[in-house]
Design a protein around this ligand. Sequence first.
Ligand code: AMP
Length: 385
Amino acid sequence: MTPSLESDANTMLIGVVGGGQLGRMIALAGIPLGYRFRFLDPSTDCPAAAVGEVLCGAYDDEVALGRLTEGAMAATYEFENVPARAARYLDRHTRLAPPAHSLAVAQDRIAEKDFFRECGVPVQKYRAVGTEEELDAAIRDVGVPGVLKTRRLGYDGKGQVVIREGSSAAAAWASLAHVPCIYEAFVPFEREVSIVATRGRGGSFVAHPLIRNVHREGILRVSIAPDPDANHALRRAAEGYVRAIAEQLNHVGTLAVEFFVTREGLVANEMAPRVHNSGHWTIEGAVTSQFENHVRAVAGLPLGSADVRGAAAMVNLIGTVPDVHELLDVPGAHVHLYGKEPKPGRKLGHVTVVARDHDELMPCVERLRELAGEVVQPATASELG
Ligand code: AMP
């Protein structure tokens, strides 16, 4: 029998698939609301171990999934590559939020782009690639430059390669081990933005303001909220798109959609059916964080305001953790460390900075980028990137 969502001490337990930093921050937001958390992760010393019980096991181990959901009022996940089998199991045995359908769409780049189109969300030209002939045809149809990406299991720019001329196609596909791919047009974007929103169990919906993101080597480095260059029309368009996506999915929980801003408007890149790195600033920078609203949605509680308090930014700490004293010397800064072993390219923590407005915010962001080992020149938010 599926447990009820009533607030009874025995049912105040939420099972989470994955025990990384996102799971840790979900628990840190849910504990003040009275919830306890149990995580399923292949590693016992994962970041979430500091904030709840960790069951060590594979994500598709049904015995482990059974233990995860035992006595739990609901289950959620902190990454989108949850195996379909595990999602089906959780759907049958507990209240899974976000639903398995949100996962299925986000796990396959072709299904995702098809779905965006069905929702009326603009996407660039793309084609599915399963053979060398299909890749040649896709390049003829979509043109060059383009990006060849694995349909599944890509993240932080991994599993993708830019194709600048047809003659390099075979080598590009070989570098991705000939797995099923998407070939999509390279988008000459002005900047990258995302929107993080939450949909509640009864269909309520809140969206944080549009976020400006800076990536390097496919990895998110900095987020600024609100995007200083977004006009009313762009903000309205992004919010309308994420709302349409959330509603069509019947999504419950937080989700994020990443866009390219082009001269013609927004082009959707991808979605994440979960809390998102570009929304980490919401912990201190928004009236209600993406993590708290996610827990509220999973638990069937009313959602909180997603408004920003002034202006906020997040700088990721990647590969190494700078001196914490220096980071905290920056006015308005808050440090979040995930308790992970340093490794090149690994996200070890982030720093949020909150200020009255962008003018006050940007010098702090520049200083944090410098401390985080980021290459910094620009003085204003518009020049970032
Ligand atoms: P993704 O893993 O799809 O989020 O891609 C990682 C990063 O690569 C994006 O944030 C962009 O900076 C860049 N990128 C991915 N796809 C494209 C594209 N079609 N055109 C231009 N840049 C892209």
